[in-house]
Ligand binder design. Structure first.
Ligand code: FAD
Length: 416
């Protein structure tokens, strides 16, 4: 095989592409993993780090109109809407609305839970191969509720999680204080997923998975996915090392995939929910051992290697519009009443873009009309945790092996 000829080209080295390249390489394929930046420097860098088998629960639109309009008008920091985007989002939002009924939430769990069940084991397996197990913590993750009423509203979700085998423990304020003694006693109730884990450095874990591409004789190469073409001998892309080609290509470009696929005549229903983060030091000797989200405001605090990371909910905006971190500003004082946050540790908030399908499940499929082209994306709020097992499914589909789960429910055809 010539040095520019590979078995598979993987476009995009976020968690989804890096894991796909790793899983293919560990199965013996020679992979060119191509990105215009180093691995794990976009969305997969800045998230909250959750790796949780419960990642099949969709982030739905509120179905009661009062809450919906309150969120749309920015009355709570869960959502921030750039109103100018509404005309572009209407089709996607109406599908999202239809996918937010209790019946469709049950359907979403059935569609995605088989894949999500492997999310922790697949991440751990890749991290072990890469010598990066220290980047994953087995502490579980927490969800806090300031008001008992909000906790009660989540009863159906808890039943659904348990029906799909997720261990959850319901904590009162005192039990939460035993787990996290430095938090203020503002939470009436909390949920603990003890079997979940999280990464203290999501970007570094992505880089570690990407590094496994050399195992099959492949390489990470800088290049621009926009140069992708299809010729008689398969797919070709221009890179810093000249053109590389392969009979198969996996598009894993996260929030940038839609434009490339459109050029090849494939439409994927993906919208962007932007999110922000800021790192903080903790006061004195205070500690936080595991991530905690707050239901009433929608932010997360995750203890990362670089400080405690506060991440925000969904911002419906053009992917490339200038930052408008109003949710971060609104959440910071609320988070300070929960945790002993001290100084901001970076000059500007980080901004990233979640690539979201309207039914909150990823699309992992061959692309119609484009032999040898595959797409893995649209993971929304859960693409970091689902990345490693997505990579496994991609590797099995591309290599023609028996897949670990039935891929049909995750196919593009479900959108008609
Ligand atoms: C605030 C926030 C918190 C989150 N928290 C969690 C969480 O706790 N757990 C969880 O599971 N998920 C979480 N997510 C979601 C998760 O981060 C994403 O779903 C996931 O990172 C998407 O990965 P990806 O590989 O598809 O995309 P990306 O990580 O964005 O990777 C896409 C890659 O494509 C490359 N690229 C783009 N264009 C080109 C081009 N023309 N040529 C070459 N390369 C190109 C980019 O450089 C990038 O490396 C969160 C997201 C946000 C924003």
């Amino acid at each position: 095989m010539s040095s520019s000829r590979f078995d598979v080209i993987v476009l995009g080295a976020g968690m989804v592409g890096a894991s796909s390249a790793a899983q293919l390489s560990l199965r013996g394929a020679r992979v060119a993993l191509v990105d215009r930046r180093d691995p794990g420097e976009e969305t997969s860098f800045g998230n909250s780090g959750f790796i949780d088998a419960a990642a099949f629960m969709p982030h739905v639109m509120p179905r009661d109109l009062k809450t919906l309009f309150a969120r749309a008008r920015g009355k709570t920091p869960h959502v921030h809407l750039h109103v100018a985007m509404l005309p572009y989002l209407l089709g996607w939002l109406s599908r999202y609305w239809r996918e937010s009924t209790p019946e469709r939430v049950v359907a979403a769990a059935e569609r995605l839970s088989p894949l999500a069940a492997h999310s922790v084991t697949e991440h751990r397996a890749l991290a072990k191969e890469g010598g990066a197990l220290d980047l994953i913590r087995d502490t579980g993750v927490l969800r806090g509720y300031r008001r008992r009423a909000t906790f009660e509203e989540g009863a159906a979700d808890r039943d659904l999680l348990r029906r799909h085998g997720i261990e959850i423990r319901e904590l009162d304020g005192a039990q939460l204080a035993e787990l996290e003694p430095c938090l203020s006693p503002v939470m009436e109730r909390a949920l603990w997923h003890p079997k979940a884990c999280f990464s203290v450095n999501p970007g570094a874990l992505t880089k570690s998975h990407a590094g496994l591409v050399t195992r099959g004789g492949g390489a990470f190469i800088r290049g621009d996915a926009a140069t992708l073409t299809r010729g008689a001998d398969g797919w070709k892309v221009d890179t810093a090392q000249g053109p590389v080609s392969a009979p198969q290509v996996v598009v894993a470009l996260g929030p940038w995939a839609k434009e490339l696929l459109a050029r090849f005549g494939v439409r994927v229903p993906i919208a962007i929910k932007r999110g922000y983060h800021m790192h903080f030091s903790l006061q004195g000797n205070a500690t936080l051992s595991r991530p905690i989200s707050e239901s009433e405001t929608g932010y997360v605090l995750s203890p990362m290697a670089m400080g405690v990371r506060l991440t925000t909910g969904a911002e419906f905006a053009d992917r490339d519009a200038p930052p408008t971190p109003v949710q971060l500003e609104a959440c910071e004082p609320v988070a300070r009443r929960l945790a002993p946050l001290d100084k901001r540790l970076q000059p500007q908030p980080w901004l990233g873009a979640r690539p979201c399908s309207p039914d909150s499940s990823p699309i992992i499929d061959a692309m119609p009309g484009n032999p040898g082209m595959w797409f893995a994306g649209g993971h929304g709020h859960w693409g970091f945790g689902l990345g490693a097992v997505t990579g496994r499914l991609v590797a099995e589909l591309v290599g023609g092996a028996t897949p670990c789960v039935d891929p049909k429910p995750l196919g593009l055809a479900r959108f008609g």
